[in-house]
Design a binder for this molecule. Structure first.
Ligand SMILES: Cc1cc2nc3c(=O)[nH]c(=O)nc-3n(C[C@H](O)[C@H](O)[C@H](O)COP(=O)(O)OP(=O)(O)OC[C@H]3O[C@@H](n4cnc5c(N)ncnc54)[C@H](O)[C@@H]3O)c2cc1C
Length: 424
């Protein structure tokens, strides 16, 4: 019999295993896949964005929704601890834009390898190709007693850590298995939805693939309330047009607000806008635009705008402003220049939704954190039952925040499961 059984060998389960073993427990880690850390190995485009170097408050801000829950787990194991942990295992990390931390050699697989070496060195027993079918409870005294495998075998332990992830990218093993177990234990599972997922749009320029592949840098993308016309959420950064809509860092960040607004208002379309020049106000932009056009008085507008906005966007911008692309500066009215400026400051796009939860980077919703003791990651309802990682109603933006949540909650759960009351 083990002291702690961990179900799931993603970042949260692997860190929980290392932590529980470091704190003296006899640990068994089971995973239904033939390999551990499958999602971790493809994260960050195969480079693994292990964490983010932001200050605590910034980290929390990048975990929308229930981010404040993370204050306690971060007090036990935070981003700096994650960095020290990996550097201690010989993986040098580098900081990229916006605090994102990657292994110097850009190899996610190295991160998985050192984690596995660490838990093997700590004598964690590992069973792959071992699917857990259910968690076994003693309902008479609200305690956990072990897990039942798909094979029918029952494994006993006083502590079980559920680290099975969400239900996105299911070929990595995350197939939503943890939710029914949590419900059976009496837990609330909040509504599941795709987050950090590309947005679908129904505009004709999207259907016609006019902008497919066009990347925009340092723009502001806003999700607009369909009833009040006010901005629900705006993010600044980079994005890309796809053949079905928009993606890229700020597209992904805005996606959950599209999903929620659609649901809240019961509408089919959520308006969005792109500000191509967020650091200039409309007046400043208009002045600069006029100077550029005045300097090329004989050029057709479609050519004069070259270099001012991405080449492949010019035709769409002029069409939206109802300007003939062959017109020259002298033939164009002030009114039309104002309209073109407005289009650049508020390029409208109609979001119809997002790709599916399976195609999302992250699953939103999950086991309610209201029923979890944050400094232990233990259930408030069932003794010895712990949750960590994406199975919880916790999700961060891309940029290393999800893996940070997984490592932090995993470490905290492993420590508390090993130390029992001494962890408090
Ligand atoms: C393509 C991609 C790129 C990403 N990039 C980033 C990034 O750069 N930065 C970032 O912060 N986040 C990123 N994420 C999100 C991040 O990878 C996840 O949030 C994180 O992996 C969640 O960790 P986890 O341990 O909770 O679950 P998972 O990594 O999903 O692991 C769950 C494990 O549980 C096992 N399991 C499931 N059910 C059972 C069962 N019944 N029995 C036994 N085992 C079971 C699975 O086989 C799996 O190994 C990315 C996600 C994707 C899909």
């Amino acid at each position: 019999m083990s002291d702690v059984i961990i179900i799931g060998g993603g970042p949260s389960g692997l860190m929980a295993a290392a932590s529980a073993a470091e704190h003296g427990a006899n640990v068994l880690l089971v995973d239904k896949g033939n390999k551990l850390g499958r999602k971790l190995a493809i994260s960050g485009g195969g480079r693994c964005n292990v964490t983010n170097r932001a200050e605590a408050d910034e980290l929390i801000k990048h975990i929308p929704g229930n981010g404040r829950f993370m204050y306690s787990p971060f007090a036990i194991f935070n981003n700096e601890n994650i960095i020290a942990f990996f550097e201690g295992l010989g993986i040098k990390l580098k900081e990229e834009d916006r605090g994102r931390m990657f292994p110097v050699n850009d190899k996610a697989i190295e991160v998985v390898r050192v984690l596995l070496n660490r838990i093997r060195a700590l004598n964690v027993e590992i069973r792959t190709k071992t699917e857990v079918k259910e968690v076994v409870f003693d309902h008479s005294n609200q305690t956990v007693t072990g897990v039942k495998l798909a094979s029918g075998e029952v494994l006993y332990a006083d502590n079980v850590i559920i680290a099975v992830g969400g239900m996105s990218v299911p070929h990595t093993g995350s197939t939503g298995d943890g939710y029914p177990w949590a419900k059976k234990a009496g837990h609330t599972v909040t509504e599941l939805y795709p987050t950090e997922v590309p947005i679908t749009c129904n505009d004709s320029f999207i259907h016609k693939k006019e902008l497919q592949g066009v990347s925009l840098r340092e723009v502001r993308l806003s999700v607009i309330d369909p009833k009040k016309g006010k901005v629900i959420k705006a993010h600044e950064g980079d994005m890309i047009f796809t053949h079905f809509g928009i993606s890229g860092p700020i597209g992904l960040r805005c996606s959950q607000y599209v999903v929620k607004a659609k649901k809240k208002h019961g509408v089919k379309v959520i308006p969005m806008t792109i500000d191509l020049f967020p650091s200039e106000n409309e007046g400043e932009l208009q002045q600069r635009l006029m100077t550029v056009l005045k300097d090329q008085p004989k050029k057709a507008l479609k050519n004069a705008l070259s270099g001012f906005v991405p080449e492949r966007m010019i035709a769409t911008l002029l069409k939206k402003a109802e300007i003939d692309p062959l017109q020259i500066y002298h033939d164009i009215t002030q009114e039309k220049i104002r309209t073109l400026t407005s289009v650049m400051k508020s390029f409208s796009i109609n979001a119809t939704g997002t790709l599916s939860i399976e195609k999302a980077f992250v699953t939103g919703g999950g086991v309610s954190v209201k029923e979890i003791i944050p400094k232990r990651m233990e259930s408030k309802l069932v003794k010895g039952l712990f949750f960590c990682g994406e199975v919880l109603d916790l999700h961060g933006y891309t940029g290393g925040y999800n893996i940070t949540v997984a490592f932090s909650t995993g470490y905290t759960a492993g420590r508390a499961a090993a130390l029992g009351e001494d962890a408090n």
